[in-house]
Every structure is written in C-alpha cells, then in structure tokens.
Ligand binder design. Structure first.
Ligand code: G6P
Length: 367
C-alpha cells in the first residue's frame, strides 16, 4: 500500500485524522458477525488457568500496555505485569507456569521487543504478538498473532497505531473477562457497544482541533511542560509528554498527579505549563486537589476535561479545552487525540520536522 498525505501537511496530521476510521476497522475485525462478542485469534489461549499476563513493549507501545493493564485488571480481573522490553530479559525474571506473555509492537521489528518475545518462549510462556505489520519478525515468531489493523504509519511519532493498540487490548480484556467467567454475555455485549462508540467520540474530539492548536501555540513557547493524570489518564500523561518531546524537543514529563508532591511540584513556576488530563471520573476530586496545590504555587494549568470537570475548575485555570463527556473506560481514546494535537501543533508552530524528528527512527532494530 502506498501512503500519501492526502490534503494534510504532514503524515502525522493525516494519521491523527484517520483514527476514527482505523478504530472502526479494528472494531470490525475484532468482533463477531452479529456484533455481540469479541472474536480474535486469542480465543484458544487457556485464559481461565493463566495466572498472569505479562506485556512487554517499547516507547508508545509500552504506554498502550500501561492503559491495557488498567482495562485487564478492572474488566478481566487478571494480574498483569508490564515491562519495558530493554529491561525485561536482562533481569531474567521468573515467569509463571501457564503464563502468557504478549509483546506489543507497531513495526514488529523492534530488537528489544523481539528479544523479549524469544526470552518468554525460552521460559515456556504462551506468546502473543500484537502488531501492525503482519509480515514482521514478531508476527512470524509469536505463537498467536493479533493484528491491530492501523494501516501503514509513516510519521515517526506514533498516533493511530497507539490508539489501535489500546483498542485491540481493550477488546482482548473483554474476551479474557468472558473466558475467566468474570462477565456474562450481556455484559460482553455492553462492552462491545461501548467500544462501538469510540470512532464517533474520536471524530467529535478531532473537531476540537482549533482549540488544541491555540493551546499548542502557548505550549510551543515554553521550555518545560508537565502532563498530569490519574488512573487511565496517567499513561496518557506519559504518552503526551513523549509525543511533545519527540517532535518539539521541549522537555516534558508525564506524572501521576498524586505523585507530584513527592518531587515535581518543586519545578512548578509561572513559566511551566501543566497540562491536566481531567475527565470527570471517580478520581476527579483527587486530581482537582492536586491541581489546586499546583495553582497555589503559581502553576499555569491547562485543563483538558469535560463540562463537569470544567465547572469545578474553570475559574481557576489558565486555559481549558472542553472535551466530550464519556464513560471513563474509553476516555483514553479521546484524550490521546488531545495530546497528539497539542504536540503536533506545537511542533508546527516551532517549525520542527514533524514527520522525521531528529535522532529518532520509526523502527529501532538495534539494541
Ligand atoms: C521507536 C519509535 C516509537 C515507537 C518505538 C516502538 O522508538 O520512534 O514511536 O513507539 O520505536 O516501536 P514499535 O514498532 O515496537 O511499536
């Protein structure tokens, strides 16, 4: 398939805009014909007896695994360990009998991730490879291949592959939940319906692009930025910081909002924008109190949150973008779009090479 930029200035912009159709395609591939159940090649794994799922990945794929850990634990009640591939095998971690190890990789060629897969196989694990490129080495070597169906991704900073990974991992969590007897068919159907709303909600968020662009212009002038979130928004904060670093070269950190009092709050001043990922979920009150601590120290908070969240904090924050109100479990999809647009438009404002950032490669085949 030959990729082109269409009417977009950069591949990254095109790939951000493509996400609703990418997710719709992944949905079609991961559900049964009657649209009531999750269906994929992981069906035959003995999930009921698996003591643990270990997920290993690098970069953006690692943050997708981070989101998946929350879904898997909450929906499927399976213990999950997530690991950075370049650290995993050198520790020689013990892996449990009947354990399942999944590697997640857009390219399917990342050297550390491939080595992690081989390590898991040498320790008798059942292995799954969640990949975009189905002709890749990881796809060839894993026991079970799970394709994310994102289509070719050209921009070095991953966007649609991230959300497609998260999507397939969420679907897998639902399948595992059924296999472990945690949910019945009605609940499974409910999750399928919830996941079916994702493309529309992502389109609604894409329509907010001018607001993210305006915010990004202010971010582009800073030399440090902090992304904060809790729960499912913590990995999104990490991903937001990674995207910004990768393509704007602005120093950025992602932090679990409750942890900033143990260090990063010392960095807070009137020059450092703090991007708060704030859906109105069960953790919102805690997040709001973390943000008030920051604002009490002259921190400038950009609140990315739904109407309910905005109502509480609107008067106090520096900037805000009002997001669609969604079930907290699917918030990662729309907050991913938000952080992608912030990084993208900050990079465009700075004039950096968006699709080919310095020092980075799309696929890292050396250790
Ligand atoms: C490189 C890319 C990142 C990517 C990481 C893992 O560092 O620049 O965008 O997240 O590799 O790549 P993979 O193909 O294994 O998902």
């Amino acid at each position: 398939i030959v990729a082109d930029k269409g009417q977009h200035r950069h591949y990254m912009a095109k790939e951000i805009h493509e996400q609703p159709s990418v997710i719709a395609r992944a949905l079609g591939a991961w559900i049964s014909e009657d649209r009531t159940r999750i269906a994929c090649a992981a069906e035959n794994v003995d999930w009921a007896r698996a003591p643990r799922l270990t997920i290993v990945a690098c970069g953006t794929a690692y943050y997708a695994a981070h989101v998946a850990k929350v879904w898997m634990e909450r929906v499927a009640r399976i213990p999950v360990e997530i690991e950075i591939a370049s650290e995993f095998r050198y520790r020689e971690p013990p892996l449990p009998d009947r354990g399942v190890t999944m590697v997640v990789s857009q390219s399917g060629e990342t050297a550390d991730t491939l080595a992690a897969l081989r390590y898991a196989q040498s320790r008798g694990q059942i292995t799954l490879g969640l990949v975009n490129v189905t002709t890749s080495t990881i796809a060839r070597e894993a026991d079970v291949i799970l394709p994310i169906h994102a289509g070719p991704e050209i921009g070095v900073a991953s966007t649609k592959a991230f959300t497609a990974m998260v999507f397939c991992l969420s679907a897998l969590a639902v399948l595992i939940a059924r296999k472990r007897g945690e949910i019945g068919l009605d609940e499974e159907h409910g999750y399928v319906e919830l996941l079916s709303t994702v493309p529309r909600l992502m389109s609604e968020t894409i329509a907010l692009e001018p607001q993210f662009e305006a915010l990004a212009h202010d971010i582009a002038r800073s030399s440090d930025t902090l992304f904060l979130g809790r729960g499912l928004m913590y990995p999104l904060a990490l991903e937001g910081a990674l995207k910004l670093k990768e393509i704007t070269y602005i120093h950025a950190e992602g932090y679990a909002a409750g942890e900033i009092k143990h260090g990063p709050i010392a960095l807070v001043d009137e020059l450092t924008p703090i991007i708060a990922l704030a859906p109105f979920d069960g953790l919102f009150d805690k997040l709001a109190s973390n943000l008030r601590e920051v604002m009490g120290r002259k921190g400038r908070v950009a609140l990315i949150g739904d109407a309910e969240a905005s109502r509480d904090l609107a008067e106090e924050v520096w900037r805000r973008v009002e997001m669609p109100a969604v079930d907290p479990l699917i918030a990662p999809y729309i907050y991913a779009v938000a952080v992608q647009f912030i990084a993208y438009h900050a990079a465009v404002a700075k004039g950096t090479d968006v699709d080919q950032p310095r020092n980075l490669a799309k696929s890292v085949t050396v250790e």
